[in-house]
Design a protein around this ligand. Structure first.
Ligand SMILES: Cc1cc2nc3c(=O)[nH]c(=O)nc-3n(C[C@H](O)[C@H](O)[C@H](O)COP(=O)(O)O)c2cc1C
Length: 198
């Protein structure tokens, strides 16, 4: 199949509509099988260009490899991950998303597909996460993925947080943070997406 030409990234952001969801479905290897209209509108590709391509067609070079390593580890373990991802559109512009995944399995527990839903993250989280990703990427380029991964682990250990807790912490505004244990348990059941976009 014809591989798509990678655009030269330009430092111009595409602003997402906070009410809309970018959705795609892939096979177990990450080959795109379906994408909704908003996906096409934002990334600028048409269905015939995108469907059948690996999901890394929209990979932005500013994204550290370790984030995708963790993403795939979680998906293959049939778990969700809320990741903050910078994506590359066809014209070289970029857009930030926060992800929410659903893993589909057959009766024997074999993964049949992944569904990804993405929304616009709160504006101030982008600044915080870009700074972290910039550091990880520079370590990755100078010392390799394993060293960068160790740095990220250390960064999170210092905060006594998992990656998800860190993302939750920077995505939830003070007003949306739980006030007591009961509320915390309720929110844990509801999941981050319901809490963020209620
Ligand atoms: C359902 C699903 C959705 C994905 N969405 C994105 C995405 O929006 N942006 C992205 O760069 N990678 C996404 N990925 C990860 C890519 O498959 C890929 O791992 C990533 O772009 C890094 O490219 P690489 O693995 O070739 O280094 C997604 C994977 C799956 C399974």
């Amino acid at each position: 199949m014809k591989t798509l030409k990678r655009p030269e990234p330009i430092n111009v952001e595409i602003m997402l509509d906070p009410k809309k969801t970018i959705m795609s479905k892939t096979d177990p290897k990450g080959i795109i099988e379906y994408a909704n209209d908003y996906f096409m509108e934002i990334c600028g590709y048409e269905e015939h260009e995108l469907i059948g391509q690996p999901h890394n067609v929209i990979r932005h070079p500013d994204m550290p490899k370790v984030i995708f390593k963790w993403l795939w580890q979680r998906l293959n373990a049939k778990e969700n991950i809320h990741a903050l991802v910078k994506n590359l559109a066809k014209d070289g512009r970029y857009y930030w998303v926060i992800t929410d995944f659903e893993v589909k399995q057959d009766e024997s527990g074999e993964i049949t597909s992944f569904f990804a839903r993405r929304k616009a993250p709160p504006r101030d989280t982008i600044e915080k996460v870009s700074e972290l990703y910039r550091k990880i990427l520079s370590i990755e380029q100078a010392r390799g993925v394993e060293v960068a991964e160790k740095y990220l682990i250390g960064y999170l250990e210092e905060k006594e947080m998992t990656y998800d807790e860190f993302i939750e912490d920077i995505c939830l505004t003070e007003t949306k943070k739980p006030v007591d244990l009961k509320e915390l348990q309720y929110y844990k059941r509801k999941g981050l997406f319901v809490r963020m976009f209620r």
